[in-house]
Design a protein around this ligand. Structure first.
Ligand code: CU
Length: 146
């Protein structure tokens, strides 16, 4: 996975007839357009097999998938603090993730893969146990089907 991501970053193609994967950047920020302690953009839409690069733009953040907030067939993920994190998304569906350190400050985000919203009802059941985080998540979920 990491080798493939690196090759993609270097612009290496994987051979004739294979569509090249895209890489979308999400910044981990102390402050952005959506307020303080945000991922920006808060919601991104990618194709199956595309990559997201979660850039450690500001310090002391990381990325963790939220239990019950990702497709059943998808693997949970967890990055280290202060590191750029590149992840390939091969299972279609909605992915809710957070910065665990700043969940209480509402630092959550959503990735929609393959325009698949089949786990939308499960995502709507996610409870982050913090009002601000739930408020921001609800606002992002409302954008999923737009
Ligand atoms: Cu954080």
């Amino acid at each position: 996975m990491r080798v493939a991501a690196l090759l993609t970053a270097l612009g290496v193609s994987f051979g004739a007839g294979v569509a090249s994967a895209a890489m979308v950047e999400v910044k981990q920020l102390n402050a952005g357009q959506g307020g303080t302690f945000v991922f920006e953009p808060g919601i991104v839409r990618i194709g199956v097999g595309d990559f997201v690069k979660f850039t450690a733009s500001d310090r002391n953040h990381q990325v963790t998938s939220v239990r019950g907030g990702i497709p059943a067939a998808a693997a949970a993920f967890n990055s280290r603090r202060n590191e750029d994190y590149i992840l390939e998304f091969t299972v279609p569906g909605i992915y809710v993730y957070e910065c665990t350190s700043h969940r209480s400050l509402g630092m959550v985000g959503i990735i929609v893969v393959g325009n698949d919203t089949s786990n939308l009802n499960a995502v709507k059941q996610v409870d982050l146990n913090v009002p601000l985080a739930n408020q921001r998540l609800t606002a992002l979920v409302a954008q999923v089907t737009r």
